[in-house]
Ligand binder design. Structure first.
Ligand SMILES: CC(C)(COP(=O)(O)OP(=O)(O)OC[C@H]1O[C@@H](n2cnc3c(N)ncnc32)[C@H](O)[C@@H]1OP(=O)(O)O)[C@@H](O)C(=O)NCCC(=O)NCCS
Length: 407
């Protein structure tokens, strides 16, 4: 039985062990990169606490946890386990290996005093059973740019090239400022920033151009690739937007104007955008923006008290929440008081106003989904009349939670 196969931690000071992990990740995602390509991943993997399951000399399961943080309403930050590189060999699936690695990985996170874990899922059905909830939904666009006009254009010359040598420092500054304003932003390690903004081998490009980098200095940046195409004899390339982050509306619009006006292209695709993105309100014909749902950020609350105490609220109010967590026993009954200055949370014996499972707490914690909607979905129960309307106001945030990149 594969459940008795040895599980061990990867040795981060041993490049051979890290390369074996990279090979397993690549194989389990059917990417088949060469060792030279995989070596680019080693600095990123060195920053993870990784677990592997071995069957003889083969790695048949892999699981990584980044030491990052997540922004909370009011601009605070909480330590966060960024779960990544999860995979199990096709020959060993559905025998409990993911469950073993997840249990051990989250136990590790609790030991390191990380009150929360976060991840992006390859398939949405996998993680709710482990107590993960959708904390930050995202949207994607497919934009027909042929006749798209901005209602109130800003000066396009605000946008200039961003030198690859400067991109990590520039992006770090912008990301920190955006995280002060937006909850749910999971930070990046230095190695991730270098890998996703500076390294650019052909294997990263998926048939498109090298990465283009532009900025409004000190106020925002965007990165994208261009995939050329011809349709009926006409150039009809695609801009694949990777990131567009700005600290103010003028810089954000200048960057959008730039990416929606790249020569030789007719389409812009973008995913992982926040649901309250300003773009649809900037343009004359919003039906040229075909919108859909893209990958959300999943969050697993490991310490209810620290998570709930870590944020501010626009209102001053308090409720008793009964949280159910059959998977890890992080549940209980909690008194939660919020105000514009901060919050307090502690265990209580009082009768609950609201009853909810831990994945639903993750969905409402950062303001990603109004609790009322979860009552409608029969995922949250109101015990005191009017409590859910009050909870709606307690969790509401000015800006939707957002992590602009997968990890
Ligand atoms: C997803 C993956 C890691 C699951 O690993 P696994 O070892 O087969 O999972 P387990 O046997 O531990 O299953 C744990 C639970 O998750 C469920 N599950 C696993 N994969 C699932 C999937 N793709 N969809 C829905 N449920 C899934 C199992 O049914 C099981 O449920 P249960 O505990 O209620 O019985 C594996 O299928 C894989 O590597 N897939 C390709 C790469 C990938 O998608 N990685 C995830 C990146 S986010």
């Amino acid at each position: 039985m594969s459940t008795s196969l040895p599980l061990r931690r990867v040795r981060n000071d041993d490049d051979d062990d890290l390369l074996a992990l990279a090979r397993a990740v690549s194989r389990h995602f059917y990417e088949d990169e060469s060792d030279d390509e995989l070596r680019l991943w080693l600095p990123f993997l060195r920053g993870c606490v990784s677990l592997v399951v071995e069957d003889g000399d083969r790695l048949v399961g892999n699981f990584g946890s980044l030491q990052v943080d997540i922004s909370t309403p009011g601009g605070g930050r909480l330590p966060c386990a960024g779960i990544t590189v999860v995979g199990v060999s096709q020959t060993h699936r559905r025998r409990g290996l993911l469950r073993r690695m997840m249990t051990a990985g989250l136990d590790d996170a609790v030991e390191r005093e990380q009150p929360v874990a976060a991840l992006f899922a390859s398939e949405s059905a996998i993680y709710p059973r482990f107590g993960y909830g959708i904390a930050a939904p995202t949207i994607e666009y497919r934009v027909d740019t042929s006749r798209l006009r901005f209602l109130d254009p800003v000066d396009p010359h605000l946008v200039v090239d961003l030198d690859p040598a400067d991109v990590v420092a520039e992006a770090s500054t912008i990301i920190a400022l955006v995280g002060d304003r937006r909850p749910g932003l999971v930070s990046r390690t230095a190695a991730e920033l270098r890998m996703t903004l500076q390294d650019d081998p052909p294997s990263f490009r998926r048939g498109a151009s090298s990465r283009r980098l532009v900025q409004v200095p000190g106020r925002g940046y965007a990165t994208y690739r261009v995939k050329d195409d011809f349709r009926d004899g006409v150039l009809a390339g695609e801009v694949r937007l990777q990131q567009l982050l700005a600290t103010d509306p003028e810089a954000e619009q200048a960057l959008w104007q730039h990416v929606l006006d790249v020569d030789l292209t007719a389409t812009v695709t973008a995913d992982l955008r926040p649901p309250d993105d300003a773009l649809p309100w900037m343009v004359e014909d919003r039906l040229r923006l075909r919108m859909g749902e893209s990958a959300p950020l999943y969050v697993r609350i490991l310490d209810v008290v620290r998570c709930l105490a870590s944020r501010t609220s626009a209102v001053s109010d308090g409720l008793v929440l009964e949280v159910h967590d059959p998977e890890r026993d992080a549940g209980g009954t909690y008194r939660w008081d919020v105000s514009p200055e901060g919050a307090a949370c502690s265990r209580t014996d009082a009768a609950p106003d609201v009853v909810l499972p831990i994945d639903v707490l993750a969905a409402v914690w950062l303001g990603g989904t109004p609790p009322t909607r979860l009552v409608d979905a029969r995922r949250l129960e109101e015990r005191t009349p009017g409590a859910v309307a009050r909870l709606d106001q307690m969790v509401a945030t000015e800006h939707a939670p957002w992590t602009p990149w997968e990890f």
